[in-house]
Design a protein around this ligand. Structure first.
Ligand code: SF4
Ligand code: SF4
Length: 256
């Protein structure tokens, strides 16, 4: 869209917890991921999380990742202060890597379900299923946590299979035409006032570059956006807002 000084710059740390859910949802991650190793039935909460994030994505894209996800809260609140906060390597968000992680996740879950089915009766079914989900939750906590410290807090999020599923369901929602009123995207009001400072891109947790990649209607249509509002909160000129596609024109008029 316009020239940038940000592409070569390093991302910066900034507050991303704009609600109590975003600040404290990490407690759920610890409870299920660690607590589930001792009380397996806690893992049975995970399918509800999966259903909720998929359902949300139909209408609001990856809103869950940026506003509700307990792992995201863990990465942003507990690990960002000790993160090296360097650039996320591009290959980690490449289609082959993202696709391979999703396929591995599906294969891993299917084979573990199959194993449980094959040994039915050994232990209570609900405990074994709970343990499976709690283990999966713990793996994300450990691998995502390590990446958060060594690379960047939201490194896991660029290839997370749950995030990939949300992108797929979001596209499906768009195809069905059911989310044009609910899908709030980053929108630049009065582009002529933009200073091209790149601050919005420098604070983006998943390292998108909103000021360089807006559509002709001045909205960020990138489905990888987690709708976290970090960029809109940090634009020094207050030009960025979260706006649904068909509200964009009204928003512009309202800010005149
Ligand atoms: S932070 Fe605001 S002023 Fe700076 S480049 Fe982004 S939209 Fe433009
Ligand atoms: S572009 Fe803005 S809303 Fe989207 S992920 Fe980046 S900081 Fe969050």
């Amino acid at each position: 869209m316009r020239s940038s000084t940000s592409s070569a710059s390093l991302p910066v740390k900034t507050n991303r917890s704009f609600s109590p859910v975003r600040r404290y949802a990490w407690i759920f991650t610890i409870l299920v991921g660690l607590g589930g190793q001792f009380v397996p039935s806690l893992g049975l909460l995970v399918p509800f999380i999966m259903a909720a994030l998929v359902g949300t994505s139909l209408f609001k894209g990856k809103y869950w990742c940026g506003n509700i996800c307990p792992h995201g809260s863990f990465f942003d609140n507990l690990l960002q202060p000790i993160s090296r906060q360097v650039k996320i390597p591009e290959f980690l968000r490449s289609r082959p890597v993202v696709g391979a992680v999703l396929l591995f996740f599906i294969y891993n879950m299917a084979s573990r379900f199959w194993s449980i089915y094959g040994t039915m009766g050994a232990d209570p079914l609900y405990e074994r299923l709970g343990f499976l989900f709690a283990n999966t939750y713990l793996m994300v906590l450990l691998i995502g946590g390590l990446l958060a410290v060594v690379v960047n807090p939201r490194t896991w999020c660029v290839f997370c299979p749950m995030g990939t599923m949300q992108e797929m369901f979001y596209k499906f929602g768009r195809l069905l035409g059911i989310n044009h009123k609910t899908d709030q995207r980053v929108s630049l009001v009065y582009p002529e006032k933009c200073r091209s400072c790149g601050k919005c891109s420098l604070v983006c947790p998943v390292q998108l570059e909103p000021h360089l990649n807006l559509s002709t209607t001045n909205q960020l249509e990138d489905e990888r956006c987690i709708r976290c509002s970090t960029c809109t909160r940090n634009c020094p000129a207050g030009l960025l807002h979260m706006v649904a596609a068909d509200e964009n024109a009204d928003q512009k008029a309202g800010c005149a």
